[in-house]
Write a protein that binds this ligand. Structure first.
Ligand code: PLP
Ligand code: CA
Length: 309
């Protein structure tokens, strides 16, 4: 009933909300850490939640690391032990999507990292593309002579530090073979914020380039698409009414949580300021209301008192 109102999660309400949850889904960058530095107090909060028997899962749009690398990073930064099956990265979920969408033996042309390629290998999907493109000549006319791999039935676009015009040409050549060549993007994050107001272009820029060339819309695996939550629900028995999505971004984390019927908690330790939430809440616009979280905290550390400290 009615537009969502976002309240600070503290005191008795914090105890009640956490007691009602049996699963928490954590966005990573901006919530648990910023780059290589853990958010102060976050590891202690997750330790308490794990000790209280909560299931902790990690839901990240970053396609640049394998599940194994995430478990290692969590360990390194002092978080409670996680198994690879608790990690739902857009790289893993993209591999899972293609496993179900592609016929056996079909291959993917990948604009992305070695980690994305590794997740495809882990589910048995042959792939080509990661790394700098090997060019058959200096000009686009030469590139059109490069052989196409007949088994390719999907173009997968993730975070690719070696993205190039040559790769865009090759992706388009595969997509122009027909609609049975799928176009899949890991996520649409437009920018990755760095400290001090700096930022670098996100995977959304690369997905848009391929979509523009092909004049087709990609299937997006990552948040806010519910596919990522469906991956969690396929692995564990999760009840949306007893699940909290914790994130720092409204148009990915909070929107996915709200659309899947989860309780949503925004941390102000990442990319979003409270003013943006107020702007959405006070707008008369239903689409912006769906970006409003149920609760916010300045940082995960604010939950320590509710967990008995
Ligand atoms: N994509 C890339 C390539 C990133 O480096 C990051 C954050 O570091 C993200 C996406 C956003 O990740 P998350 O969903 O964990 O905030
Ligand atoms: Ca984030």
């Amino acid at each position: 009933g009615g537009p969502r109102r976002c309240r600070r999660l503290e005191g008795e309400a914090a105890r009640a909300v956490l007691a009602n949850a049996d699963t928490l889904l954590f966005d990573c960058d901006g919530v648990l850490w910023r780059g290589e530095a853990a958010v102060s107090g976050a590891a202690a909060v997750l330790g308490k939640l794990a000790a209280a028997g909560k299931r902790l899962c990690y839901v990240t749009n970053n396609s640049g690391r394998t599940r194994a690398a995430y478990t290692e990073k969590l360990r390194r930064l002092g978080f409670p032990p996680a198994e690879p099956r608790h990690i739902f990265s857009s790289a893993f979920c993209a591999a899972r999507y293609l496993r179900q969408a592609l016929p056996p033996g079909a291959a993917a042309y990948v604009l992305g990292s070695a980690a994305l390629a590794a997740e495809l290998e882990a589910v048995g999907i042959p792939h080509l593309g990661p790394g700098p493109a090997a060019l058959p000549g200096p000009a686009p006319a030469d590139w059109l002579q490069a052989p196409l791999e007949p088994a390719v039935r999907a173009v997968l676009v993730g975070f690719d530090e070696h993205f190039s015009y040559a790769k865009l040409c090759q992706a388009l050549r595969y997509l122009l073979r027909g609609p049975d060549c799928l176009l899949v993007g890991t996520n649409r994050d437009h920018r990755l914020p760095l400290e001090g107001g700096a930022g670098i272009p996100g995977t959304g820029c690369l997905v848009k380039a391929v979509e523009t060339a092909a004049q087709r819309e990609a299937f997006i695996v990552g948040k806010p698409n519910r596919f990522m939550f469906d991956c969690v629900a396929a692995e564990f028995p999760v009840d949306p009414a007893r699940t909290i999505m914790v994130g720092d971004r409204l148009d990915t984390d909070i929107l996915m949580g709200n659309s899947c019927g989860l309780t949503t908690l925004l941390t102000l330790s990442g990319v979003t300021a409270l003013d943006e939430v107020r702007g959405c809440q006070d707008s008369g616009c239903a689409a912006r209301h769906s970006l409003v979280p149920d609760y916010y905290v300045d940082s995960l550390a604010d939950l320590l008192p509710a967990l008995g400290e």
